[in-house]
Design a protein around this ligand. Structure first.
Ligand code: AMP
Ligand code: ZN
Length: 463
């Protein structure tokens, strides 16, 4: 097996990946809170973990991948205060929390498929694992890591020696801190394991527990479900970088406090998708969903391609201009692949050379930009036997997920009046009447068609 390197947030170093069990890898990815649509910022994080998993598959590992669905306990503030996002959405939409969870999960999963994200081996829901969460809290209680307040059971972060190691938090600063309001918590970095229902019978989602009727805190679900399906210690945990200081820090503390051993070997985090320089988020209001991009005439794969162009560790500024550039590049690749499928040409078999370069790139902490350059270079290599080339590119696509095997000419029925306008425009171009040609292009655009001039002639696409 070739060596694979990842940047591990825990050690702040690029490290050679070594799985716990030879040939097998367990990956847990923090999934969506299903109270609303996931935006394309969220989707960037899933594209990154998809590529990570594809790389391990490509290297011959058998991957077990789990993604959770948060359908209870995620409060509007990460500081264990505010309303449960699911309860709030249920009230607002006048539907049950269960219905809401089902609906947004369905849309989310459809989006994942549109951007060619492989399904995990298991989707696991927080509300299906209440017993497991209660069991962990009981163990923490027995071991002396918890305390009770009037609104819940909390984890005492001062009792866990290496608390905050993942985020390199200045713990003494945070824990002594200024005299800020921590709600009912003793220390700012403590966190809720179980919250009591304010008035039992009012919330839609609540359960009996040894401490009273209530619901689990947000972090405990990920410890309970990851350990249940991947073991007490497993290989890789992923999520967006916003999870480093709170959610993942707390997951480590409570899991290691329970088991007394290391929880996860590699913590790998994706950087944000930004909009106008800020993290794309529901609270900032500047966001797009995948369907919105589709309504603007983009193919979801244009967004996947855009994400692949920036290293997962770097922030990516989203704009429609960037997306247009990615769209053009993706469509260019698509045209070349279609051409490659149609026009066979004999030549050298250069698979080995390109393959070697490709593997080196992907195994170097997901250097997908480099891998894409190799993909492009080999695609444009005219001495490369077309049959072998296509076979190799389809193989590379197991990592990139661009949909090479499915690429084919899409024949769209173009109404005759549109064809007439295109012909008129061609005529104007021949006569170098650029003004007329531009105004015809605009008319086509108004009718919902875009036109691009290729060496083979004008190409019309429905926007
Ligand atoms: P949530 O539904 O808020 O729990 O988020 C789901 C996933 O999306 C988490 O892994 C977050 O870290 C990630 N995420 C949230 N906002 C962004 C963003 N703007 N860019 C990239 N990832 C994000
Ligand atoms: Zn999580």
């Amino acid at each position: 097996m070739e060596k694979v390197y990842f940047y591990n947030t825990l050690t702040r170093k690029k490290e050679e990946f070594k799985s716990i069990k030879k040939g097998d890898v367990g990956i847990y990815s923090c999934g969506p809170t299903v109270y609303w649509y996931q935006h394309i910022g969220n989707l960037r994080t899933y594209i990154f973990s998809d590529v990570l998993k594809r790389i391990l598959n490509y290297n011959g590992y058998k991957v077990k991948h789990i993604i959770n669905i948060t359908d209870v306990g995620h409060l509007t503030s990460d500081a264990d205060e505010g309303e449960d996002k699911m309860e709030r959405a249920a009230k607002k939409e006048g539907r049950s929390a269960h219905e809401i969870a089902e609906e947004y999960f369905r849309v989310f999963n459809k989006d994942l498929q549109k951007i060619n994200i492989l399904q995990p081996n298991l989707w696991v829901k927080a509300t299906d694992h209440i017993d497991e969460q209660i069991k962990l809290i009981k163990t923490l209680e027995k071991k002396g890591y918890t305390y009770r307040t009037d609104d819940g059971i909390y984890f005492d972060s001062t009792k866990f020696k290496s608390y905050g190691k993942l985020a390199n938090l200045n713990i003494s600063g945070l824990q002594q801190g200024k005299r800020v309001n921590h709600g009912s918590k003793r220390t700012k970095t403590d966190f809720a394991l179980w919250k009591f229902s304010e008035t039992p019978g009012v919330r839609q989602q609540e359960w009996k527990s040894p401490w009273g009727v209530g619901f689990p805190g947000w972090h405990i679900e990920c410890s309970a479900m990851s350990m249940k399906y991947l073991g007490k210690k497993f290989d890789i945990h992923t999520g967006g970088q916003d999870h480093i200081p709170v959610h993942h820090t707390n997951e480590i503390a409570q899991s290691e406090a329970v088991t007394g051993k290391k929880f996860v070997n590699y913590w790998i985090h994706g950087a944000f998708l930004l909009f106008k320089g800020e993290k794309m988020s529901k609270s900032s209001g500047g966001l797009y969903t995948l369907s919105e991009l589709e309504n603007l005439g983009y193919n979801p794969m244009h967004f996947r391609y855009l994400c692949l162009l920036t290293h997962y560790h770097k922030p990516l500024n989203f704009s429609l201009d960037n997306l247009d550039a990615a769209k053009n590049a993706y469509e260019r690749i698509k045209r070349k692949i279609i051409y490659l499928k149609e026009k066979k040409s004999k030549g050298e078999d250069k698979t080995e050379k390109y393959q070697k370069e490709f593997v080196m790139a992907i195994n170097d902490d997901l250097n997908i930009q480099k891998a894409l350059q190799i993909f492009q270079k080999s695609l444009d290599d005219e001495e490369f036997d077309s049959y072998e080339k296509l076979k190799m590119l389809e193989h590379f696509d197991k990592v990139l997920g661009l949909g090479v095997a499915e690429m084919k000419e899409e024949r769209i029925a173009i109404p005759s009046e549109i064809v007439k306008l295109v012909k008129e425009r061609e005529e104007a171009r021949k006569n170098k009447d650029w003004k007329k040609s531009d105004s015809l292009r605009q008319r086509l655009k108004d009718e919902g068609y875009s036109i691009s001039d290729t060496p083979e002639g004008p190409k019309i696409e429905r926007k």
